[in-house]
Design a protein around this ligand. Structure first.
Ligand code: NDP
Length: 284
């Protein structure tokens, strides 16, 4: 069985790592600031390491899922970390970041003979817990084949969408849509309130009509009940819409640009809440 290293044990990383363990892989992980996730993993049989280098040294395959490009670069572009990887080792990089950042990391790793799969995910914490994520992979088919067993422990749908960078390109488009749809759902609830439309009826009828979206069907109840436990924290959605707007410099993206402004102005007050809290700026 492969030895898997896991870096980033947050809302997504912890349940994903638990699923890797459940499928019988040896798991190496370490504490960053919060001690809780590693305690949970240790009770389930994970090997506790004291540094990123130790995680990498003990593993055939390393998975990372960190908040943004910044943490990915800080952790994975350190010289000591790169030197610790064995030749032909595989890094499955699952952070939602910019295509340029993962392409740059890939270039550096390739020079050292380390293989990289760009593999952001969708499906949220529920998908992570159920092992039912969608993976948008960029890289070589042979690299994907070599780690498919590990990815299948976490995912239901795995798509190889192109070279390294292509995974995060599709992810940016998904996040642009998701970010806009969340705002659109908030506006729908706002209008329903003004027109005295029951939101349960709204959901049922629009669920069978052309205005339906995944956000409307899955997030309307949390917005109406003001349940904003994360989930997916609002600053992470701001980061993703920012990536889409930055990548789309030559495109006309009026809705994404407006969505970015709204997430930016809501970010400070709602930094620890789910991105559904954007609705607080819309629903009076
Ligand atoms: P969280 O903020 O919950 O978790 C981030 C994790 O990274 C924490 O365990 C944190 O540790 C760790 N970390 C941060 N910096 C370092 C570092 N320097 N070294 C080691 N570990 C570090 O984020 P999520 O899990 O929600 O998201 C992770 C990625 O997945 C993001 O790119 C996000 O956009 C994407 N994503 C998130 C989804 C969601 O529903 N939450 C859905 C799909 C994708 P500590 O807490 O100890 O600092």
């Amino acid at each position: 069985m492969k030895k898997v290293g896991f870096i980033g044990l947050g809302a997504m990383g912890l349940p994903m790592a638990q699923n890797v363990l459940k499928q019988g892989f040896e798991l190496n992980a370490m504490q960053h600031r919060n001690p809780d996730p590693i305690r949970v993993l240790e009770t389930q049989g994970a090997q506790v390491c004291s540094s990123v280098e130790e995680v990498i040294r003990n593993s055939d395959v390393v998975i990372s899922i960190l908040p943004t490009d910044k943490e990915m670069n800080e952790v994975l572009l350190s010289e000591d970390v790169i030197d610790t990887f064995q030749k032909n080792a595989i890094l499955i990089e699952m952070t939602s970041g910019s295509p340029d950042a993962i392409k740059n990391l890939h270039r550096v790793y390739q020079e050292q003979g380390i293989r990289v799969l760009d593999a952001p995910v969708s499906g949220g914490t529920v998908g992570a817990e159920k092992g039912a994520l969608t993976v948008m992979a960029g890289g070589d088919q042979s690299t994907l084949n070599d780690v498919e067993d590990v990815i299948n422990a976490m995912a239901q749908n795995v798509y190889l969408v192109g070279e390294v960078g292509a995974g995060n390109a599709i992810k940016a488009i998904n996040q642009m849509l998701a970010g806009i749809h969340m705002i659109a759902t908030s506006e729908a609830i706002s209008l329903a309130n003004e027109l005295e439309v029951d939101t349960n009826i709204l959901k049922e009828v629009i669920g069978n009509s052309s205005g339906a979206s995944w956000m409307l069907m899955n997030k309307l109840d949390s917005i109406v009940d003001e349940q904003f436990e994360p989930g997916f924290k609002l600053p992470l959605m701001k980061k993703d819409v920012q990536i889409a707007v930055d990548e789309g410099r030559a495109s006309v993206l009026p809705l994404a640009s407006l969505a970015l402004q709204l997430y930016k102005s809501a970010e400070k007050e709602n930094s620890e809440l789910d991105f559904a809290a954007i609705s607080k700026s819309i629903i009076r």
